[in-house]
Design a binder for this molecule. Structure first.
Ligand SMILES: [Zn+2]
Ligand SMILES: [Zn+2]
Length: 133
């Protein structure tokens, strides 16, 4: 099982699937969430995901009038996995080990609203908003 954790280690989880594709969202919500250019996530089926510890430390913030929520560790502030979808989990890629083989950025979304200083330097496919379809 592939494991990941937040900065303080309170929140731990495991994934029973290979991860390969990273999605980077450059929207204003993800910028504020991370304080950086955006957020990088991997997406796995809920059945392939399990919490190991720390769910009591997870806070979910729902943005009013938006189909989006932020999940973070209340101890250390790290972004942590969240649902945002009935069947899939969105996992911040930075929580996973850094040396995974075969993992690369596949899609950049909301490139149309990225910060001007945010320069994309990889071969991931760029989408102005959500991925169509
Ligand atoms: Zn933490
Ligand atoms: Zn976003």
């Amino acid at each position: 099982m592939l494991e990941g954790e937040c900065n303080c280690g309170a929140v731990r989880f495991g994934i029973r699937a290979d991860v390969s594709d990273i999605y980077v969202c450059h929207c204003s919500i993800c910028r504020r969430f991370t304080g950086a250019a955006g957020v990088a996530v991997v997406v796995v089926a809920k059945d392939d995901f399990e919490w190991v510890s720390g769910t009591e430390a997870v806070k979910v913030w729902q943005k009013p009038d938006a189909d989006w929520e932020a999940n973070f560790c209340t101890m250390c502030g790290s972004a942590v996995p969240g649902e945002n979808d009935p069947t899939r989990m969105f996992i911040p890629a930075g929580l996973l080990p850094h040396d995974l083989d075969g993992v690369q950025v596949k899609h950049h979304i909301f490139v149309g609203s990225k910060a001007r200083w945010d320069v994309i330097g990889d071969d991931g496919q760029q989408h102005q908003g959500h991925i169509a379809g």
